[in-house]
Design a protein around this ligand. Structure first.
Ligand code: AP5
Length: 217
């Protein structure tokens, strides 16, 4: 049976890291709106430049655009075996818009995992993050360094710092998380879908806790 999961948490909570592991372990498709936008921002046209500007200043891309982008992605056969949403919905409007999209596709959400992490740890995680410019794999200067400096272990691509991973931008992103994304958690709590996982544990223990919350998947 296909499963449909949402990962919610502040910037740096480990959503992308866990989504990639769960994709492999559970055969679900990771849908990262951040990755989709970063790929679009690489295109050297007006829209690509607009997205790059919005992201590097730590703001949200408009709900209309994100909802359209996600609706298109969910129609793709890659998601037929189930999916993990990473970075969407990020506002209540996005959460409300997701419902009719799923109904039309005959799909239902099974669970919303909230990763909780202390704010001081988030800043350290984000400012130490290194991202592969080729495959998008994520490393950390201290917590999960690559075997060779500046080189991705998985595809040998160049590791870079994300343009939005500065201490100043993190403050803005965290503020937006509290104001705009936390209401999404309240929305799903009313539906009884939210399960909290302690994201302060190391990566393997976070995965084990998520798997425990998912039960017999
Ligand atoms: P997005 O890419 O989704 O960024 P984010 O939500 O800010 O989350 P991050 O990618 O920063 O963190 P993460 O939780 O995935 O942590 P990670 O696993 O990498 O979005 C980027 C931007 O795109 C947004 O700001 C916005 O502009 C736009 N956008 C995207 N979706 C949108 C939407 N729906 N609507 C509007 N705009 C949208 O881990 C972080 C670091 O910590 C890594 O170095 C990792 O190695 C390390 N780490 C992970 N887990 C652990 C652990 N357990 N212990 C120690 N270190 C760890």
């Amino acid at each position: 049976m296909a499963h449909h999961l949402i990962l919610v948490g502040p910037p740096g909570a480990g959503k992308g890291t866990q989504a990639k592991i769960l994709e492999k372990n559970l055969g679900l498709e990771q849908i990262s709106t951040g990755e989709m936008l970063r790929a679009r921002a690489k295109q050297d046209d007006d829209f690509g430049r607009e997205i790059a500007g919005i992201m590097s200043s730590g703001q949200f891309v408009t709900d209309d655009h994100m909802i359209r982008m996600l609706a298109e992605k969910l129609q793709h056969p890659d998601t037929d075996n189930g999916f993990i949403l990473d970075g969407f919905p990020r506002t209540q409007a996005q959460a409300e818009a997701l419902e009719p999209i799923l109904v039309e596709l005959g799909k239902e959400l099974d669970c919303v995992i909230e990763l909780t992490v202390d704010e001081s740890a988030l800043v350290e995680r984000i400012t130490g993050r290194l991202m592969c410019s080729s495959c998008g794999a994520s490393f950390h200067k201290t917590f999960s360094p690559p075997q060779q400096d500046g080189v991705c272990d998985l595809c040998s691509g160049a590791l870079k710092t994300r343009s939005d991973d500065t201490a100043e931008t993190v403050v803005k992103r965290l503020k937006d998380y509290h104001q705009k994304t936390e209401p999404v958690l309240a929305y799903y709590q009313k539906k009884g879908l939210v399960k909290q996982v302690d994201g302060m544990q190391d990566v393997a223990h976070v995965t084990a806790s998520v798997m425990e919350k998912l039960g017999a998947w």
